[in-house]
Design a protein around this ligand. Sequence first.
Ligand code: NAD
Ligand code: G6P
Ligand code: MN
Length: 441
Amino acid sequence: MKKQNLVIVGGGSTYTIGMIMSLIAEKKNFPLNSITFYDNDEKRQEKVAKATSIILDEYYPELESFHYTTDKETAFTGIDIAFIQIRTGGLQMRELDEQIPLKYGVVGQETCGPGGMAYGLRSIRDMIELVYDIKKYSKDAWILNYTNPAAIVAEALKREFPQDPKLLNICDMPIAIMHSFATMLNKNIWDLVPSYFGLNHFGWFTKIEDSEGNDLTQIIKDTIMGEGFVPTDQEIANDQSWQQTFEQARKMLIDFPEFLPNTYLQYYLYPDDLAKKESLTNTRARQVINGREKRITELCNQIIQDKSTKNVELHVDIHGVYMVKAAASLVYNLKQTYIVMVENNGIISNIPDDAMVEVPALLTASGPKPFSVGKIPTFYKGLIENQFAYEKLVADAYFENSYTKALQALTLNRTVVHVPTAKAILDDLIEANKGYWPELQ
Ligand code: NAD
Ligand code: G6P
Ligand code: MN
């Protein structure tokens, strides 16, 4: 097995330590020669990198090298694979994305609704630039992107880099939900075989089988209906916001018992209820700043102070493990099945070919090979086509600098609908995103 040279873009991310623990846990399946961090915020990255260096000394002594840099040429030269996890504008801008719609009674969320559009219009430019830069210095590198809003980023990257089998967008939500299914069933998560269709943060499990082909879907539905649904991955299990989100699966199943929903559908199916529950001074961004970000900062400080991990608790999370396993399947041609984003091209036969859909695919050395889904029922087709039209219009607004397309996007979004509200939110978002967004005319 050839050892890989990996760059993590967004080295200062709150997910980096979890990713490092996953790379350590998976080192036999995904052996590394070097890890490099790249970030455009030197200080933020330095803290995480210094702690990482100590972690790696203890748990990955055979790793040839670990470096961190803010120089793209140094970071991207001679690499086999890049993981990208950036947040343009940081958690501060996320907070505005969530607060601005809420002022108008509309859901404020990182990836859904107007907040998602605002974040998308910030992410696209940085993402396109990064992909060009990585290709400039390592033209054959695999590029795995997790940067949100992944649906909009995927749509924009598809336009800029058409049919690139080595550029892939992945989300951890389906596997995080499967983690809960596995716990509920007392099964190994990697033995569950999902059938799934949709767009990113907008999809449904149609079936869950075990490795022997036993259909477990009805047991899962009955358990959720009877006992509710909870997050079980350690990273989110004790988080009140995620607990409330998972709980909504029951309500969604009662209303629409056909398929098992992705948790993000709550924002589109019950937008008014969620907007009412949210508070301007305590949106999710604020919770993350006071929660995950603070926890990671303290953890890094402790490791750096002790020059050891002896006083901290480190764990592997499903987010990191999923990304690493998927990467291994790609580079070593393992042909394992993971749910990823790919261009539709007939996979879901009754929605547009150019939609970036999220479906199970074999991950091979020549790229993802998705399984056919076939025709989906009218309700799901209607929802997906509406949401895809919104995503396309956001990308159009970016590439065409078009105010009208942005307004059309928000109007189509199920969390908004009312045009004057869409306009008021859009105008506030334009003001807040000066310097980040293209100038819309
Ligand atoms: P964060 O703000 O803690 O980390 C992002 C890092 O990226 C920061 O260190 C920042 O300085 C850096 N950065 C920003 N712009 C950059 C650029 N142009 N070049 C290089 N570095 C840049 O954010 P986080 O909460 O850790 O999340 C990171 C990203 O991962 C977000 O986009 C988040 O939405 C995404 N995410 C996706 C999934 C998924 O399932 N796809 C899961 C978790 C997180
Ligand atoms: C899940 C989603 C990600 C999203 C994250 C947000 O993992 O798949 O796309 O970024 O949740 O979590 P947070 O705790 O930051 O709200
Ligand atoms: Mn996601």
